[in-house]
Design a protein around this ligand. Structure first.
Ligand SMILES: Nc1nc2c(c(=O)[nH]1)N[C@H]1C(S)=C(S)[C@@H](COP(=O)(O)O)O[C@H]1N2
Ligand SMILES: [Mo]
Length: 250
């Protein structure tokens, strides 16, 4: 996809491509009103609508197979093309408030104990993919290996798309259903789904599950992630945050 395919990162790029400042006004208005929660879902929906429209026109090869109909998932990226990373080029760094910084290769991650979690994937815009298996290393395992310092309170995630970020409190990060995922639906995680490695935060809306994960930084406070800076809840519990209240909690 080209950069135009993805206006998600620029709130004043109108959904119609007009570049009007409406988006920014809406976002600021929502934040000011404290109603960011309820009103924000359409923003992400619109970003996806733009992505779909542009992708269908500009990338007829490959990508369309990943759009709805392709197992119920919708492809999201807030940037243009994302590089491919493989056995040789992929690294996951762990740093920040830790005793032992680390850089894991894919083979290193595969050699660690693997955990399987099967839940419904739930995007904040409403689409859902029931009973989706993810497998990978518990984030808590990597945090324990790194030796989290006592003053640490949160974890920040960065991505090799160069743009997306997410975060969790340390308590959330240590849940057993939070994975550094290597596999989805019993296959290696495909590039379109954030492969070779993505975060998987099972109890939260899918925007918490950062794709193309490349960095884990332990911090002393929560730094809001990409969509959270645009009004979505930092604590994105499915059914208990600003997405949809009709969503299941398991
Ligand atoms: N790096 C990155 N991670 C991301 C996103 C993104 O745009 N970039 N979108 C989020 C959102 S809103 C959703 S719903 C899921 C979509 O995952 P999928 O493309 O595998 O369906 O990824 C989440 N993680
Ligand atoms: Mo989403």
């Amino acid at each position: 996809m080209t950069k135009e395919a993805n206006p998600a990162g620029t709130p004043d790029h109108g959904a119609d491509g007009s570049g009007t400042p409406v988006g920014r006004r809406v976002v600021l208005g929502m934040l000011a009103a404290g109603a960011a929660g309820v009103a924000a879902a359409p923003l992400l929906q619109r970003a996806w609508d733009d992505t779909l429209g542009a992708a269908a026109q500009q990338d007829p090869t490959g990508l369309s197979g990943l759009l709805p109909g392709g197992g119920g998932f919708r492809y999201y990226s807030v940037t243009g093309p994302v590089p491919d990373k493989d056995e040789h080029t992929y690294r996951l760094t762990v740093d920040g408030l830790v005793r032992h910084r680390a850089a894991y290769r894919l083979a290193d991650l595969r050699a660690l104990p693997q955990t399987r979690v099967v839940r419904d994937v739930q995007c904040v815009t409403g689409w859902r993919v029931p009973h989706t298996p993810f497998e990978g290393v518990r984030l808590s395992h990597l945090l324990d290996a790194a030796g989290v310092r006592p003053e640490a309170r949160a974890v920040r995630f960065t991505c090799f798309d160069g743009a997306y970020s997410e975060s969790l409190t340390l308590e959330q990060a240590r849940r057993h259903d939070v994975l550094v995922a290597l596999r989805m639906q019993d296959a290696p995680l495909a590039h379109a789904h954030g492969g070779p490695v993505r975060l998987y935060v099972a109890p939260m809306y899918f925007y918490k599950s950062a794709k193309w994960l490349s960095g884990i930084t332990v911090t002393d406070h929560v730094l809001p992630g990409y969509w959270e800076n645009l009004g979505y809840d930092v604590d994105a519990w499915v059914g208990r945050s600003n997405g949809r209240d009709d969503a299941p909690t398991t």
